[in-house]
Write a protein that binds this ligand. Structure first.
Ligand code: NAP
Ligand code: MG
Length: 505
């Protein structure tokens, strides 16, 4: 293990050839000295080498986080001071916005517009929690006579935060900001495919004045580093975003230490287009709903159900616009759809499409790997619409996590609700209708954590984000998230003038 001291953190280029772990306020190589490369999925080219954390590094990070929590000053800072530092983190991110966007595009292959929106949201998340934590308060509860009760929120302790590759910086912000706002210490385990912006966020936290050991970043494999953190006795909580199968394993492993767990998992979100919808808005919203981020979104609206009497009109417009989507240089404003994260994921997506076709589905457009001029060595998939599908097909049941959408018809509201809820998942959902009463009625019946009414967007700082059913539990991005990084302490007191003698002796 060696410590990188050669250059002050604020003078580091965000885009560089090597990235390191952050442990106890220092940039470090891993104990083993091992590294791994991260790749630009748009071109297939290597971008940089990253120190590869292993169990030894995870242990050092837990020790540093424990020390910072048990004996450090961060959680005892006045809340205003923590709030100011969160705002400072946001300020540094704002000042270096373009560099963060560029790095995120390189590591993920996502389009400029997508990366800009996500980096901006990451910044706003820190600003949101800087504000929210100042008014995060306990309660005063009714008690008889001279008794009094109030509650206080205390930070839960050391938290492991494990994040996926689809929104690397934004997911890191959703986790880091609320946890450090309340005074926790954290160890972030970024996805192996996209570690760069989370590492840079760790560096920014140090530059902004977060004390050593409070924010540790340990890139490394999930099986190894992730698993070790989940089982560690000195870790109080694990916050995980990723796939449902890994989420299940994490919950099971966390049980031996009764760790607090929040899980943001997969989805298969339905979009219901009623005959009275603004058709243009429904088409545009549905395009964004599935093809944004190349469909690699947990809340992608990947099952569209259209009322039978407008189905033909909807499909004509939807297919026409899908064919107009541009794939290509992710750095161009006019590129709509970026690359797929890697070759494995590309093959998974194609596998779903081909199996649906074998089962009788019709490919209305797309349906294969895309060849993008100038980006022949990257991983690309054509925006794809499948029809003639049934609820029991894998392509309708399983999360594809790519630019593939299935479209089916429904007769009436009752059938629409039944089809929407016929899924193991329950993350997002969308309703397109001009009838306010219908929107209200249907949104109450949908089994999902988020309902978008005539709206393509699901997540703003302050709005709860999380799932029902197999999409997990706990809510992020909102005020309640602060509670999930705290224990509630109930303080019961007696202020009577006569001493109490409960045993009557
Ligand atoms: P994943 O395979 O579950 O991995 C997520 C993270 O968990 C990665 O950092 C991974 O490390 C780590 N990990 C893997 N196995 C582990 C283990 N046994 N113990 C501890 N950690 C482990 O998911 P993904 O493919 O990266 O991301 C896609 C999934 O995330 C999709 O299902 C998507 O729906 C979901 N997602 C959900 C939300 C939401 O808010 N609900 C948001 C975004 C994404 P490695 O990278 O080293 O494998
Ligand atoms: Mg990468």
């Amino acid at each position: 293990m060696s410590t990188m001291k050669e250059q002050p953190i604020e003078q580091l280029d965000m885009k560089r050839s090597s990235y390191h772990l952050i442990i106890d306020g220092e940039r470090r190589e891993s104990v083993s000295g091992e590294t791994f490369t991260t790749v630009n999925p748009a071109t297939g080219e290597e971008i940089a080498r990253v120190s590869k954390g292993t169990i030894e590094d995870a242990e050092l990070a837990v020790e540093a986080a424990r020390q910072a929590f048990d004996h450090g000053k961060w959680r005892h800072f006045p809340v205003n001071k923590r709030s100011r530092i969160l705002n400072k983190i946001a300020g540094i991110m704002r000042a270096r916005f373009n560099e963060l966007v560029e790095l995120e595009i390189l590591d993920t292959g996502k389009s400029l517009a997508a990366a800009q929106g996500q980096v901006m949201q990451a910044i706003e998340d820190f600003e949101f929690y800087a504000g929210a934590v100042v008014s995060h308060r306990g309660s005063v509860n009714a008690m008889p006579g001279a008794f009094q009760n109030h509650t206080e929120h205390e930070p839960i302790g050391v938290c492991a935060q494990i994040i996926p590759w689809n929104y690397p910086l934004m997911m890191a912000a959703w986790k880091v900001a609320p946890a450090i706002a309340v005074g926790c210490s954290i160890i972030v385990k970024p996805a192996s495919l996209t570690p760069l912006t989370a590492i840079v966020l760790g560096e920014i936290c140090l530059e902004a004045g977060v004390p050593a050991g409070v924010v540790n970043i340990v890139p490394g494999s999930g099986q190894d580093v992730g698993n070790y953190l989940v089982e560690h006795k000195k870790v109080n909580k694990v916050a995980f975003t990723g796939s449902t199968p890994v989420g299940r394993k994490i919950m099971e492993k966390a049980s031996s230490t009764l760790k607090r767990v929040t899980l943001e998992l997969g989805g298969k979100s339905p979009s219901l287009v009623f005959a009275d919808a603004d058709l243009e808005a429904a088409v545009d919203g549905s395009l964004f709903g599935i093809f944004y981020n190349s469909g690699q979104s947990c809340e992608a609206r990947s099952r569209i159900y259209v009322q039978d009497n407008i189905y033909d009109d909807f499909m004509r417009m939807f297919i026409e616009k899908t064919r107009k989507l541009k794939l290509g240089n992710p750095f161009l404003k006019e590129t709509h759809v970026g690359a797929i994260i890697n070759e494995d994921q590309l093959n998974v997506i194609d596998g779903f499409v081909q199996s649906a076709v074998r089962e009788g589905a019709t490919v209305e457009t797309g349906g294969q790997k895309a060849v993008v001029s100038g980006y022949e060595n990257g991983y690309w998939y054509e925006p794809t619409i499948l029809t003639n599908v049934t609820q029991d097909m894998e392509a309708v049941k399983e999360e594809i996590f790519g630019p593939v959408v299935t479209v089916m018809k429904f007769k009436d509201e009752k059938e629409a609700v039944r089809l929407a809820n016929d899924s193991e998942y329950g993350l997002g959902s969308a309703i397109w209708t001009k009838d306010h009463a219908r929107a209200t009625r249907v949104s109450k019946q949908i089994e999902a954590g988020i309902v978008m009414v005539n709206c393509p967007f699901s997540a703003f700082p302050g709005t709860p984000f999380g799932g029902y059913k197999q999409s997990g539990f706990g809510r992020e991005l909102c005020v309640e998230t602060l509670d999930l990084y705290c224990e509630t302490k109930s303080i019961v007191a007696y202020y009577g003038s006569k001493p109490l003698n409960p045993l009557g002796i």
